[in-house]
Write a protein that binds this ligand. Structure first.
Ligand code: SIN
Ligand code: FE2
Length: 204
């Protein structure tokens, strides 16, 4: 484990191939319960290029009318989200010093052409809780900056099985995914990248 910038803790190869396979099995179940949806930007209604679902008590969603928020049900089917995968909870326990469990596990699915613009994760009540993330499938180029949008940024690759935590000075850092490197992993037969982000949403 090492810190790439202050507060960004990187654990390359955190999950073995067997563990990655287990997580994919759990995520296939999660998607049956709560299908991938395409979120839209607040106000403009522009579609994200990633598709999403969630696991856990609360899920992150976004649409034109109501913007970014957490809610207990799928925005299209109104079904509850599926339970958190075992290995997602284990990652939180292993990496996060925060005393309380995560409430949301956002699952982002990136096709080869998808990306995620620079943003802050700030829809949670307690920024003392870190954000823990797991990467599966194709590698990506991840970018991290500072707490101001114009601060200098640094990029590095995230590979299948890597874990990462944003905490302390990096908890509110701008971050995003510049591009997916298609064909870099055999984990997902159809290709693409899955990212799980675990978050504590409410103040404990
Ligand atoms: C996110 O910031 O929501 C996703 C980051 C990632 O895909 O690694
Ligand atoms: Fe984020």
């Amino acid at each position: 484990m090492h810190e790439i910038v202050p507060g960004l803790v990187y654990a390359p190869g955190y999950l073995s191939r067997e563990e990655q396979d287990e997580l994919v099995v759990d995520l296939r179940e999660a998607v049956k319960q709560a299908p991938l949806f395409t979120p839209r930007m607040p106000r403009t209604g522009k579609e994200f290029s990633v598709r999403m679902t969630n696991c856990g008590a609360l899920g992150w969603v976004s649409d034109r009318e109501r913007g970014y928020r957490y809610q207990a049900i799928h925005p299209e089917t109104s079904a509850p989200w599926s339970p958190m995968p075992r290995l997602a909870l284990r990652a939180w326990d292993d990496l996060s010093p925060y005393k309380h469990p995560p409430e949301a596990c956002l699952v982002n699915f990136y096709e080869a052409s998808a990306r995620m613009g620079l943003h802050q994760d700030r829809d949670e009540e307690d920024f003392d809780a870190p954000v823990v993330s797991l990467s599966l499938g194709d590698s990506c180029l991840f970018r991290i900056g500072g707490t101001q949008r114009k601060a200098p940024t640094k990029s590095f690759k995230l590979h299948s099985g890597d874990a990462m935590m944003l905490t302390g000075p990096a908890r509110l850092a701008f971050h995003g995914v510049d591009r997916i490197m298609g064909g870099t992993s055999t984990l997902l037969p159809q290709g693409g990248r899955l990212n799980l982000t675990l978050r504590r949403v409410t103040k404990a």
